[in-house]
Design a protein around this ligand. Structure first.
Ligand SMILES: [Ca+2]
Ligand SMILES: [Ca+2]
Length: 727
């Protein structure tokens, strides 16, 4: 228990030392080359793991046959950004604080200042190359350039995105849809990026290399060349096995926090063959990536590096396809955390038997120390939480004293140890499964007296303390008036050479191209500033200052946006804007950072401003965001120049809304039935009280309340209701 605290305190101090030591030890190496391949959202649906018996992964299978398969490997976090941060630093998320996709590595010092795996290779005589998606958010740019020799093919994007809508409107989402792609293969970053690695393997290198290839597939959008869809007959697609009453023995905390889209799952299952379409599309994406991996293997085998290259292949997190009534990752169950993990030693390491399978649970946090061990790099002291699995490569059935822990959000952990998965949530509720007998985790044994000994014994592996974030950093609302004198001063501080437009400058002049900006974080973000402030318009009075300052969103949408700081929740957003076009209406879009990318919440029309330069009246547009969760928003340029003078985001007012279940009353149509007499108060999503009544048993809600989402507060608690929709 004390140990964890010591690690937490000691790590920052020790990292600096590790970096310095590593720098001093720059030297020639005779270690093997490393080909490091990671697939995004690759769950255990690869043939050699048996998670799906229809999937076709001939190339992954032949890779597995060359090395050792860890058939019970688990990610550190079932989500891209924190998973990859843990993988590349070797530090647990509950130490770095990088738990979510909104937690950018560069803002988390323990992670950002650590000795990243590629840097350690580079410091020790390796050439390092990155192609595709290895990180989700990145360390700061100096840290990135220090660890990679070649970043020319970094990233590339999840696209191409769906053009032809295939699923019914009530099912489809930006990240839940599919399309058989008929454009060229090079539309996909995976094709361009894997070609880069293939070319790299064809070149002569004077040093050993660490080549990291990050595939975007099988991550959605489920677009893949049509021929991969053709591998699977839709009529033959089998859905994963599920148990109707599976959730009955799961704690309420888990259901409330991790199975929020239960209704959506039911809708997918009930709507035509949507579930089969989604499963098939995922399988197509797996086979697409598999094919490209085969091409990399062929290139390696034909290269001078065929004999002295080790290969690591992993997925960053798993995925539920309807199991536990959910689609997605971000939960503690096996589907979300179980990933492929294969290590292929360089040829000729005779003591490692090709095609071996090790069933001992291991973690992706073990990858970094394992590579250090195999490649004989200097030990990284006081940083790596995992353990080298080299002994298991030699003897897959050997003893293993360590355990694998996956984390999702502070205080929620799952311990994978021997045959057992033990899930413990932040509120103390728990689940215990014997995955050897019950790989689908149907039968929760945690509350059974005869398994108390096992709960007690596995609990000892849980971290005693974890990072919950500095309490003061949360931003509950934003209010920024860019026409304030503080902003005026700030602009000049940021850019002393900035010259204000002279009095009388009209909007056309301000439109000159050099006044574009790409990205500006609001001052409230306190994250630093990027981009160039746009303009000060002297003739327009705004707010209580004599000059009106504004940011401009350009008319080329993709390059112009204003990003807000992460908020715990967001209520109503209000924007003071003016359209720079004097003859045509325009629009801007309000976007939310989703699990992986920016998604449009709504488009906001901005009327044309006939005499922009003369008027002092802003157009005030308002939109109820009403997201009771951690949220990052931005406004994004549309099709016309739009000046933004003021932004206000109020917090989502009423707390305690996590429980959306029908705990306190039931609603059928507009008939509200309470379990016991209570006063009920209905609020709209702006937090305004619109109805209040003491109800003995049941009441019909009056029609003037209208349809939509409301918050119902009772003596027993508060819950969200959907009027005119099924609760
Ligand atoms: Ca992922
Ligand atoms: Ca169950």
């Amino acid at each position: 228990m004390e140990n964890n605290k010591l690690i937490l305190c000691g790590i920052g101090a020790c990292l600096a030392l590790s970096n310095t030591q590593a720098e001093e030890q720059k030297k020639e190496t005779t270690g093997p080359n490393v080909l490091f391949i990671i697939m995004d959202d690759m769950c255990d649906w690869v043939k050699f793991l048996g998670g799906n018996n229809q999937v076709l992964t001939p190339n992954l299978d032949r890779l597995a046959a060359r090395g050792v398969v860890f058939s019970n490997a688990y990610t550190a976090v079932p989500l891209s950004n924190p998973s990859r941060t843990a993988l590349m630093t070797g530090i647990q998320p509950f130490v770095t604080g990088v738990y979510n996709n909104t937690h950018e590595i560069s803002n988390y010092p323990i992670a950002n200042n650590s000795l990243f795996m590629p840097r350690h290779f580079k410091n020790n005589g390796y050439k390092t190359i990155i192609s595709g998606k290895i990180f989700h958010t990145k360390p700061s740019s100096d840290v990135m350039t220090a660890m990679w020799d070649d970043m020319t093919n970094i990233d590339g994007g999840y696209g191409p995105f769906i053009k032809n809508q295939t699923l019914p409107v009530e099912i489809r989402e930006k990240w839940r849809n599919y399309e058989m792609w008929t454009g060229p293969d090079t539309d996909f970053a995976d094709v361009r990026n894997s070609q880069k690695i293939i070319d790299y393997l064809g070149q002569t290198h004077d040093k050993p290399f660490f080549a990291a290839m990050g595939f975007y597939r099988p991550h959605n959008p489920y677009t893949a060349p049509k021929r991969y869809f053709d591998l699977y007959n839709l009529e033959d697609i089998k859905l994963p096995e599920t148990l109707p009453e599976d959730l009955d023995d799961i704690p309420a905390y888990a259901i409330n926090n991790f199975i929020q889209d239960r209704e959506k799952t039911a809708l997918i299952n009930a709507t035509g063959n949507c579930a089969q379409q989604l499963v098939r599309a995922y399988l197509a994406c797996v086979s697409f990536a598999d094919d490209r991996i085969g091409m990399i293997l062929d290139a390696l085998d034909a290269s001078p590096y065929a004999d002295n290259t080790m290969i690591v292949l992993i997925g960053d997190n798993g995925f539920h396809h309807g199991e536990k009534e959910r689609w997605g990752k971000t939960a503690l169950w096996r589907e979300a955390n179980h990933v492929p993990s294969v290590i292929v030693p360089p040829k000729g390491v005779s003591s490692i038997v090709p095609g071996s399978v090790c069933t001992t649970p291991v973690s992706l946090i073990d990858v970094y120390p394992t590579l250090v061990d195999i490649c004989k790099l200097p030990a990284v002291e006081n940083q790596l939480a995992g353990h080298s699995v080299l002994p298991l490569l030699h003897n897959p059935n050997g003893d293993w004293a360590h355990t694998s822990i996956s984390t999702f959000l502070p205080g929620n952990f799952v311990v994978h140890h021997k045959d057992w998965n033990y899930l413990r949530y932040a509120n103390g509720s728990h689940e215990l499964y014997n995955v050897k007998n019950d790989e689908n985790e149907y039968n929760n044994l945690a509350e059974k007296p005869e398994y108390k000994y096992m709960v007690d014994s596995l609990s000892k592996f849980l971290p005693a303390t974890w990072y919950t974030g500095p309490p003061e950093v949360t931003v509950n609302s934003i209010s920024e008036d860019f026409s304030s004198s503080e902003w005026d001063t700030e602009f000049l501080r940021l850019n002393p050479t900035y010259i204000r437009p002279t009095a009388g400058t009209n909007f056309g002049a301000i439109n000159s191209a050099d006044r574009y900006f790409d990205k500006y974080l609001l001052k409230g973000a306190v994250l630093g500033t990027k981009g160039t402030p746009n303009c000060i318009i002297p003739e327009i009075t705004h707010g209580d200052a004599n000059v009106a300052i504004a940011f401009r969103l350009a008319n080329t949408g993709s390059s112009s946006y204003m990003e807000f700081p992460t908020m715990n929740n967001a209520g109503n957003i209000t924007l003071h804007v003016r359209n720079g076009n004097s003859t045509a209406d325009g629009k801007i879009t309000l976007q939310k950072y989703d699990a992986e990318d920016w998604t449009t919440i709504t488009e906001l029309p901005v009327k044309f401003a006939n005499s922009y330069n003369a008027t002092s009246i802003d157009e005030v547009i308002s939109y109820p965001v009403n997201l009771n969760e951690e949220v990052k928003l931005r406004i994004h340029g549309g099709d016309k120049f739009v000046q933004v003078f003021r932004v206000d985001v109020t917090p989502f007012g009423i707390s305690g809304l996590n429980n959306f279940k029908s705990e306190f009353f039931s609603l059928q149509g507009r008939k509200l039935t309470v379990r016991q007499p209570t006063k009920i108060s209905l609020y709209n999503t702006m937090g305004a009280l619109i109805y209040e009544k003491i109800i003995e048993h049941e009441t019909e809600l009056p029609a003037q309340i209208g349809n939509g989402i409301f918050l119902a507060k009772t003596g027993m608690g508060t819950q969200k209701i959907f009027l005119n929709k099924e609760l």
